[in-house]
Design a binder for this molecule. Sequence first.
Ligand code: NAD
Length: 259
Amino acid sequence: MRLENQIALITGAGRGIGRAIAEHYGREGARVVVADLTLESAQEAVDAIEKAGGTAMALAMDVTDEAAVDEGVATIVKTWGGLDIAVANAGIQHIDPLHKLAYADWRRVMNVHLDGAFLVTRAALKQMYVGGGGTMLYMGSVHSLEASPLKAPYVAAKHGMLGLCRAVAKEGAEHGVRSNIICPGFVRTPLVDKQIPEQAKELGLSEEDVISKVMLKNTVDGKFTTLEDVSEMAVHLAAFPSAALTGQSIVVSHGWHMQ
Ligand code: NAD
């Protein structure tokens, strides 16, 4: 087990990529905090982790709510005595061309990804600095490194998360904190399922063509990145033993993006 004795917080972990990471961390021996918008949305993942023999707790944490994030981390420390790994994963998508993009939609996407990642980072670092170190992980995207049309706020926010990750690597080093960002290609989750018909409408393509000619066009094998691909990388980065790996963006995209 690669994460024994580790206490891990994962935001947006009720479903999708966050849930896959939470379950994988549970199998690797970590005590897992499944945080999501409501307790109900987090509970199913907690049940799955416990059924597999792991230890988990559900936490209601809207990452855009400063008090909820601070109180959530305080609850973890009070309940389990510390925090070793924090994964800023919560995210949303919005599809629109820039010239039609409402300011409210721009702000909503930036708020969840970038403000949320900052609030989780600040609360986690305060604890990690007194606890002797830890690991910050960010769920970036290939869109942390390149752009696609119709996703301007998402692309800007994901680029911003890369900057935050690097800043944490610089500041956190002397406190034993490592910071890395995982940049997946398309993973079949509710977030992606929702945007297939939206992109088909905007681009005038069939849904099959959105998948093959837009989403998977530049992969080496025409395949979606899997939940397992991403959660395995999240385990690897959390378990990595030194600051040789810090401030890095790790692309998990079936060759869509090569850096
Ligand atoms: P998803 O929609 O399946 O899950 C997102 C989760 O985040 C949900 O459980 C939702 O309730 C939660 N969430 C949303 N807003 C929140 C908030 N304000 N506070 C707390 N939780 C909130 O999405 P996913 O595909 O699993 O995406 C997870 C992360 O991975 C996101 O940051 C996304 O940008 C990133 N990502 C996804 C893909 C992909 O192809 N699916 C690719 C690259 C990066």
